[in-house]
Design a protein around this ligand. Structure first.
Ligand code: CO8
Length: 263
C-alpha cells in the first residue's frame, strides 16, 4: 500500500512514521487516520521492529491538530465518529507492545499534542510548540487529550491548559513533565535514534513486559499493579534474554540479547 499522508521508513529494527501533509501543517484528516490505522497494524505484526518513532515531515510542524477545514463540514454525529476513530487509533498506538517515541519537531497543537501524549515519551526540538487550543475554537480536545494530559500532569494544571487553550514551548512542556528532553532542531532525530537504538538493543521480552506493567499499573491500585509486575518479572526470568542478561552479569561480560520472542 502506498501512503499519501504518511511516510513510513524502517531502518533495521527502528520504524519511523512521518506525518506528511505539509500544506496543512500535517493536520489529521480521515484519509490520514485510515493510513495510520493500517500502518500501526503493520508495525504490530512485524516482529523485527523493536521501536517506533513518530515525527512530522518538514521543518515547521509535527501535527497542527485535527484538520479544521474537514471538521467544519461535519455534523455532530460525524464529529463524534471522527473523535472515536482518533481515540481508538491513539489507544492502539499507546498499547503497542513496543516502545513508541514522539520526536516533536514543531507545532504539536490540539490533536498533535494528543497523539504525542499517546506515545511512551516525547523528545522535542527547541522549536516545538505544544497546546490544546480547542477551547479557542469553541471546542474541547477530542482525541483523548482531556484524559491523558490530566493523568500526566495532574488535573489542575491540565484544566488550566485546557481552559485557557494557551500554547507553550518545549521548555515549559518539559517543566510540566510532558517532554523528557529538548534538542536543537538539527540534532533532534539523531538524538531520538540514539535512544531508540539503545532501547532496541535490550531484550524484547523485558521491554514488552516493562511497558505493559507501567501502562497497566497506571490506572489500578498499587497492590494489583505490583502483582502484575511480579508475574511479568517471572515471565522475563523464563525468557532467553532474561537468562542471558543474568548470566552475562555473573560472567562479567556484555549480554548478547537475541530479542527473540520465540523462546
Ligand atoms: N487544520 C487545517 N489546516 C491547517 C491547520 C489545521 N489544524 N493548521 C494549519 N493549517 C493550514 C493553514 O490553514 C494554512 O493553509 P493555507 O496555506 O492554505 O492557508 C497552512 O496550514 C499554514 O498555516 P498558517 O498559514 O496558519 O501558518 P502560521 O505559521 O501562520 O501558523 C499555526 C501556524 C499557529 C500552527 C496555525 O496554523 C494554527 O493556529 N493552526 C491551527 C492550530 C489548532 O487550532 N489546532 C487544533 C485543531 S482542533 C483539534 O485538534 C481537535 C482535536 C480533536 C478532534 C476531535 C474530533 C472531532
Amino acid at each position: 500500500m502506498t501512503f499519501e499522508n504518511l511516510i513510513f521508513e524502517v531502518d533495521n529494527t527502528i520504524a519511523t512514521i512521518k506525518f506528511n501533509r505539509p500544506k496543512a501543517l500535517n493536520a489529521l484528516n480521515q484519509a490520514l487516520f485510515d493510513e495510520l490505522d493500517t500502518l500501526i497494524n503493520q508495525v504490530e505484526k512485524n516482529r523485527d521492529i523493536r521501536v517506533l518513532i513518530l515525527t512530522g515531515s518538514g521543518e515547521k510542524a509535527f501535527v497542527a491538530g485535527a484538520d479544521i477545514s474537514e471538521l467544519a463540514k461535519m455534523n455532530p454525529l460525524l464529529t463524534k465518529r471522527f473523535s472515536t476513530t482518533g481515540q481508538k487509533i491513539f489507544s492502539h498506538l499507546e498499547s503497542l507492545p513496543i516502545p513508541v517515541i514522539a520526536a516533536v519537531n514543531g507545532f504539536a497543537l490540539g490533536g498533535g499534542t494528543e497523539v504525542a501524549l499517546a506515545c511512551d515519551f516525547i523528545y522535542a526540538s527547541e522549536k516545538a510548540v505544544f497546546g490544546l487550543p480547542e477551547i479557542t475554537l469553541g471546542l474541547i480536545p477530542g482525541f483523548g487529550g482531556t484524559q491523558r494530559l490530566a493523568r500526566l500532569v495532574g488535573t489542575n494544571l491540565a484544566k488550566e491548559l485546557i481552559f485557557t487553550g494557551k500554547t507553550f514551548g518545549a521548555e515549559e512542556a518539559k517543566s510540566y513533565g510532558i517532554v523528557n528532553k529538548i534538542f536543537p532542531p538539527e540534532s533532534l532525530m539523531e538524538e531520538v535514534l540514539k535512544t531508540a537504538n539503545a532501547i532496541a538493543a535490550k531484550g524484547a521480552v523485558s521491554l514488552r513486559a516493562a511497558k505493559e506493567a507501567v501502562n497497566y499499573g497506571r490506572d489500578i491500585d498499587l497492590e494489583i499493579g505490583c502483582r502484575f509486575e511480579a508475574n511479568a518479572f517471572g515471565l522475563c526470568m523464563a525468557s532467553k534474554d532474561g537468562k542471558e542478561g543474568t548470566s552475562a552479569f555473573l560472567a562479567k561480560r556484555k549480554p548478547d540479547f537475541t530479542g527473540t520472542l520465540d523462546d
